[in-house]
Design a protein around this ligand. Structure first.
Ligand code: FAD
Ligand code: ZN
Length: 473
């Protein structure tokens, strides 16, 4: 029997026929990623439904010297889950919520549970799981953990890294590490789970996690404010942080172009303010205390900001649907940008105090490098994280524009690094930024990362070619 057929037969032995997809049309969704920047190939897709099946699959691959490409919802934006031969290990059948413990404020879930289902299960127990991002209807919690996903609630609740108390992981030789502890204090040696969080499938396959829950918000206030420039918008952020303390949950920024694109391309999205403004802040306060007068608090923040000339106009949502409409304006920007044509993306962060400088200087530099380019920055400025995306000039050919991806990266990434920032704030490295990481990270850091990789995956079978090149591969 040819090797590929032997592999499929061996996988069917472990997983049953529904657990295996052989090459053919059904495999296509697992071979590429949403933006079409990367495509790959695989000998098979394995769909284990239990941790033991994951372990047996990885053991089989290890024994056969085949690479394993873990995949969750495949919504990642850096080509991290795209295979190059070997076996795609999809977590889509690992969908059990094993336990919810409201007193301990934790839940134990399997890696393939879709983020939105995690949020709903928490809600059903009268709790909040605060991770929230545009892809929440299709990304899976294992993918969120493997990428240390950020999103809208980081300002208040932290990145995924801060939301994970324990992990279960299948290691590169098929051994299961059970680190499913629901402890807020645990100083027993190295914190192993942190190695796997954000490791993008290169160190092991995450099969389950203990997640932190929070009291469910009982009051919420949401506003959209138009600002004359970014310095003033950041002053509103500082004001909101001081006046609203721990109720400040999100502080998002949108440039005028981002709002225009969302309004013109996405049905039912509208700009609620009467005039256009160069920048907009989307502000959300929330509290678990029922009846907390958050609207009044937000009004006083905006009133003071208006007096100080930081805000030109603002609207506070009067109902849940109005708040949802403000959020859909923000959340539809990536899709709107895609519909407008080519978009060169930068997911970067700098200290909050340097956000305004980054955007002003960055716009200046890219405009000089390519007259007619349309910078479209937006993002989580409360975390110092900007999606500094560049929309193609109106008359330019899309392919010719995208061919300038690396030039534009160099302009923005040099500036970001100069300002003490990071070239990957929340989406990770994957394939897309692998060479950028090597270009900017200190050699000592790269050596340490390679050392960790070799210790955990000596034969380089876990998602090879992602984050780092190992031995040229
Ligand atoms: P996948 O894309 O399947 O995989 C991502 C990486 O994790 C790959 O390297 C893969 O090998 C690895 N991996 C997946 N599952 C496992 C596992 N069980 N064990 C080990 N490794 C694994 N990201 C943000 O951080 N913040 C945002 O605000 C945000 N917004 C987005 C909005 C849209 C519209 C889209 C399309 C994407 C957005 N993303 C965002 C990116 C993406 O949704 C996140 O990176 C998400 O965490 C990926 O989850 P996934 O299940 O789709 O993972
Ligand atoms: Zn984001």
């Amino acid at each position: 029997m040819p090797l590929a057929d032997q592999l499929i037969a061996a996988l069917i032995d472990i997983l049953g026929p529904t657990g295996v997809i052989a090459p053919g049309p059904d495999m296509l969704p697992y071979l590429g990623e949403e933006r079409g920047l990367f495509t790959g190939d695989a000998l098979a897709v394995a769909r284990p439904a239990k941790v033991d099946e994951v372990a047996a699959t990885v053991r089989l691959c290890a024994q056969s010297g085949l690479p394993v490409f873990a995949q969750g919802g495949n919504t990642g934006l850096v080509g991290g889950g795209v295979p190059a031969g070997g076996v795609v290990l999809s977590t889509e059948r690992l969908t059990r919520i094993r336990e919810v413990d409201p007193l301990n404020l934790t839940m134990t879930v399997e890696a393939g549970v879709v983020l939105q289902a995690v949020q709903r299960a928490a809600d059903d127990a009268d709790c909040l799981f605060p991770l929230s991002l545009g892809a929440e209807g299709s990304c899976r919690i294992g993918g969120n953990i493997a990428t240390n996903a950020g999103g809208m609630g980081v300002l208040r609740y932290g990145n995924t890294r801060e939301l994970v108390l324990g992990l279960e992981v299948v290691l590169a030789d098929g051994t299961v590490w059970n680190g499913l502890r629901g402890l807020r204090k645990d100083n027993t040696g190295y914190d192993l789970k942190q190695l796997f969080i954000g490791s993008e499938g290169t160190l092991g396959v995450i099969t389950a996690a203990v997640l932190k829950l929070f009291p469910k918000p009982a009051a919420r206030a949401t506003a959209l404010a138009g600002c004359p420039d970014l310095d003033h918008l950041m002053a509103v952020f500082a004001r909101a942080r001081t006046l609203s303390g721990d109720t400040l949950t999100a502080f998002e920024m949108m440039s005028r172009l981002a709002v225009e694109l969302a309004v013109s391309h996405i049905p039912d999205v509208r700009d609620p303010l009467d005039s256009p403004y160069p920048f907009y802040a989307l502000i959300e306060l929330s509290s678990s205390r029922p009846g907390d007068p958050l609207d009044e608090l937000l009004e006083s923040v905006l009133g003071e900001a208006f007096e100080a000339g930081e805000v030109s106009d603002a609207v506070i949502a009067a109902s849940g649907p109005q708040a949802a409409a403000l959020w859909s304006l923000r959340e539809s920007i990536p899709e709107a940008q895609t519909r407008e044509g080519g978009s060169i993306k930068h997911d970067v962060s700098v200290p909050v105090s340097r956000v305004a400088h980054l955007v002003t200087r960055g716009v200046d530099l890219v405009t000089r490098a390519m007259p007619g380019i349309r910078p479209c920055p937006f993002g989580h400025v409360g975390d110092g994280n900007i999606h500094f995306n560049l929309t193609q000039p109106v008359d330019m050919d899309r392919t010719a524009f995208l061919a300038r991806w690396e030039d534009m990266n160099r302009v923005i990434h040099d500036l970001v690094v100069d300002l003490g920032g990071s070239i990957s704030a929340e989406h990770g490295i994957g394939r897309l930024k692998r060479d950028e990481l090597t270009h900017y990270a200190p050699p000592v850091a790269i050596d340490l990362m390679r050392g960790v990789k070799r210790a955990l995956d000596p034969n380089n079978i876990m998602n090879p070619g992602k984050i780092l090149r190992i031995d040229g591969a």
